[in-house]
Design a protein around this ligand. Structure first.
Ligand SMILES: NC(=O)c1ccc[n+]([C@@H]2O[C@H](COP(=O)([O-])OP(=O)(O)OC[C@H]3O[C@@H](n4cnc5c(N)ncnc54)[C@H](O)[C@@H]3O)[C@@H](O)[C@H]2O)c1
Length: 285
């Protein structure tokens, strides 16, 4: 259902790879809500992914760019302003990748040159995006910028590895740049901390299926889907949230405020079944 929340707005959506991508859903919802947009992803993703299919569907130009390269980002913002007819009103940063996770390096055996890549792709690219946009006057006053993050920035979760450090930095950039961009141009910058979601990036995390199940059992409202995340992004791009900035906003069904739920405890106790005697007492020996 459309509420015309983004009628007349222009935006850039970074990070749509395939129809599971959170950015894919955001692009579809933004256009449904009346926005005109451009799409951006790496040259490889544009070649190998399904971005062109999405572009046709939402009538958007695709601008290939590696978000770690300032020159590429300059092209994304200048082309977007040309194509869309002026500075943009919203930007989605939906980019994340850890070469250490890909190469199965554990957190106590990181390759440091790969760590630099993780941070550059998943966090510093956000700073580069904001700095380029600000210098070019590419985001209109009262614009809104959203980046996607994960609760592992605050709490340690098995397997999230150096992405946890990247997300902590990403959230810090949202605060530090949010102050400056807000003060000078009323541009707001927020992070949405999303539930584990079945996407290409998500599935790279060790034990992802169990993590999703655990998070779902722990969350009173259950895991938030990519479609629901897109809905939340739309509210942040809309004029209904003009005083929300520099926040990490949890979109996780309540997971981040939980300690233990009945549903999770119930599942947890099942794992002790084989260690019970005939009276139901747990045998630890
Ligand atoms: N899936 C989850 O469980 C989950 C949970 C919380 C937050 N997030 C975050 O959501 C965001 C989107 O991920 P997703 O789950 O939709 O997966 P996805 O794999 O569909 O999207 C990740 C995107 O990052 C792009 N990317 C990688 N390197 C890049 C670079 N150098 N320049 C530009 N783009 C680059 C990829 O091409 C891809 O489109 C990420 O920031 C991710 O960390 C995901």
């Amino acid at each position: 259902m459309s509420y015309n929340l983004l009628k007349g707005k222009r935006g850039i959506v970074f990070g749509a790879l395939n129809e599971n991508s959170i950015a894919w859903k955001v692009a579809e919802r933004a256009v449904e809500e009346g926005a005109v947009i451009t799409l951006s992803n790496t040259p490889v993703a544009v070649r190998m992914g399904q971005v062109d299919e999405l572009a046709k569907k939402v009538n958007a130009e695709v601008i290939a760019a590696d978000a770690t390269r300032v020159e590429d980002l300059e092209v994304v913002f200048s082309t977007s302003m040309d194509v869309l007819g002026g500075p943009v009103d919203f930007v989605l940063h939906s980019i994340g990748m850890s070469p250490n996770v890909r190469k199965k390096r554990t957190y106590d055996d990181l390759d440091y040159s790969l760590l630099e890549k993780t941070l550059d792709i998943s966090a510093i690219s956000f700073h580069k995006m904001l700095q380029v946009a600000k210098k070019m006057g590419a985001i209109a006053d009262y614009g809104s910028v959203v980046a996607l993050t994960y609760v592992a920035a605050q709490r340690t979760l098995f397997g999230y590895n150096d992405m946890a450090d990247a997300k902590a930095m990403l959230e810090s950039i949202a605060r530090s740049f949010g102050y400056i961009y807000g003060r000078e141009h009323h541009v707001r910058i927020n992070c949405i901390s999303q539930s584990p979601t079945q996407t290409t990036a998500g599935s790279g995390i060790k034990g992802f299926d169990s993590l999703m199940d655990f998070a779902n059992r722990m969350s009173p409202l259950g895991n938030a889907t990519a479609d629901e995340c897109a809905d939340y992004c739309i509210t942040l791009f809309s004029d209904l949230t003009r005083k929300v900035t520099m926040q990490t906003l949890f979109h996780d069904g309540g997971f981040s405020s939980m300690g233990m739920s009945l549903r999770a405890m119930d599942q947890y106790e099942k794992s002790f079944d084989k260690y019970r005697d005939e009276n139901g007492n747990i045998i630890y020996g």
